[in-house]
Design a binder for this molecule. Structure first.
Ligand code: C5P
Length: 217
């Protein structure tokens, strides 16, 4: 018998990673933050000063990087970069890196390797549609753009440098790029359960998800 995957997709700031982490803890599954994998590659590109139009160099360096997600932390070439990948410069660049099909293949491979010998809860944009199309259960989380912007603003490590309005604009732009790219765009899988998290607490959302998981299991 194979291992189970639970897919959680949705736009930026919908609360995916927080609830995915909590859900994984409640049911004893391993959490994978697929966005963190794209963010780590983006960090490498920025660190090396590579032009985002230099696709070949980006692919070369991504292939030659050691990227791992374990114990809820993201590692790039052996260093824990979990905080670094939350800088706002990554938010505004990552969608361009995530458009590149070869980069997506690298990230898909990492996720499938982690899930090859364990049960996983994975959050992202293409998990239910592309990475784990046979996932045991699929969720699509959303929320109003105002609430999503506020959540992301409150998460910022360099808050003083940005306004809420600016973050809202960035989110709208990032969602647009993610939903309109050719390679596995942000899309709700046909068999995904839609949850609107606007005005709901984290606990409420996790309870709702647990209900579906136990109904199914
Ligand atoms: O979820 P998070 O905001 O960390 O994702 C960062 C970016 O990584 C997204 O805006 C998107 O461009 C990309 N991404 C993706 N597919 C995923 C996860 C993230 O394209 N499965």
């Amino acid at each position: 018998m194979g291992f189970n995957a639970i897919a959680i997709d949705g736009p930026a700031g919908a609360g995916k990673s927080t609830v995915a982490k909590m859900l994984s803890e409640r049911i004893g599954y391993t959490y994978i933050d697929s966005g963190a994998l794209f963010r780590a590659i983006t960090l490498k590109v920025i660190k090396l000063g590579i032009d985002i139009n230099d696709i070949e160099r980006i692919i070369f360096h991504a292939r030659n990087s050691d990227i791992d997600f374990s114990n809820n932390k993201i590692y790039l070439d052996g260093a824990n970069v979990s905080e670094k990948i939350r800088d706002n410069i990554i938010n505004t660049t990552v969608s361009y890196i995530a458009m590149i099909p070869e980069i997506r293949d690298i990230v898909v491979e990492i996720q499938r390797k982690i899930a090859s010998n364990k049960n996983v809860v994975v959050d992202g944009r293409d998990i239910g549609t592309t990475v784990f199309p046979n996932a045991f259960i699929k969720f699509f989380l959303t929320a109003s753009v105002e609430e999503r912007a506020l959540r992301r603003y409150n998460e910022l490590t360099d808050k003083k440098k940005h306004t809420l309005e600016e973050i809202k604009k960035q989110i709208i732009e990032r969602d647009f790029i993610d939903a309109n790219r050719e390679a596995s765009p942000l899309r709700q899988a046909e068999d995904a359960i839609l949850i609107d998290t606007t005005g709901k607490s984290i606990d409420e959302v996790v309870s709702e998800m647990l209900y579906y998981v136990f109904m199914k299991g």
